[in-house]
Ligand binder design. Sequence first.
Ligand SMILES: Cc1ncc(COP(=O)(O)O)c(C=O)c1O
Length: 376
Amino acid sequence: MMPPASDQSALVEAARAVVVGRARDELTTPALLLDVGIARSNVERMAARVAELPVGLRPHVKVHKSAHLARMQVEAGAIGVTTATVWEAIAMARGGVDSLLVANEVVDPGPVRALAELAGTHEVMALVDDTVNVADLGAAARAAGTGIGVLVDVDTGMGRCGVRSPAQARHVAEVAAATEGLVLRGVSGYEGHCMLEPDAERRVLEAGAAMERLLAAVDAMADAGIACEIVSAGGTGTYHLTGANPRLTEIQAGSYCVMDTFHERLVPGFDIALTVLSTVISRQGDTIVLDAGQKAVGTQAPRLAGHDAEVLFVNEEHTGVRVPAASRLRVGDRVELHTGYAPTAANLHDAYHVVEQGVVIDLWPVEARYGVATLG
Ligand SMILES: Cc1ncc(COP(=O)(O)O)c(C=O)c1O
């Protein structure tokens, strides 16, 4: 069953009337801010770069969970979106995106049914690495009277989901191809382990090795007479490497859109659009304490934007920062934090305060968070 459209949109709608038109510094903190001009130029820059590569761009929207941003990406040329969950796929479909890849195994019966239903109105694909799951997806599609696209998930060295050998890829592909209700479209092999390699030269080698593993699966499937229409991989740290491979057809990079300090280290040319606005609630000597901690900034330590400062600690509700003695920051001042990893920061908030030149111009929901979209 498709989940009902949540009350979240009504809440965001009510809040919109209150905050739109406010100056950034009049917002209640902590607040998630989106500099829409920066996001737009990131989107346009990536679209221009991918236009020079032999692949399409199917950006991963688990990063921002925003149908507004997804539409911006599609309008700039993306061929569809990648999601982590069926609920994100439904939210993006409701927001007007036609082609959806759930780059994950879908096993729980509720999401399986929802995926099968969604396939009745949209182009929908999911990953498979297990023949029992293949049978369950096929049964759900037949029950819904639809067809679900599937890609064989290939482990390219990350050690998460995905088949571990070309022979296993071929076997899962053969079973999927023979399953009524499913359409075998190809393979996916996200090389997430390469994003953790800070050395750019080593990352080139690791990404190359990862794609060899993915393409070995493609070759094994070809030996069995199964062609891969879709060969999908790539993140923000490898889009230019993976996307330059002529045997790839699409890349899944997502973080480039809003950026964070982790991805900033991996690729030049994209700017941070997402920040957490916070208030200085204490200053003791050269230590300032902010009203935004792990519950506002996510899993990785943030950075104080625009100040020479060192983050000392990130507690549940507080972040402590050492500032130079000469810093004028004092209690009551507003500061912005660049998040360490944007996807886990955005997921903590109901909505983005969409900011242009320091003024809130809109409020965009952060969609399909657990609970709101998945109850029942
Ligand atoms: C399967 C998959 N594809 C693509 C991405 C996008 O990577 P990035 O956010 O670095 O662009 C991720 C991120 O975790 C992912 O899990």
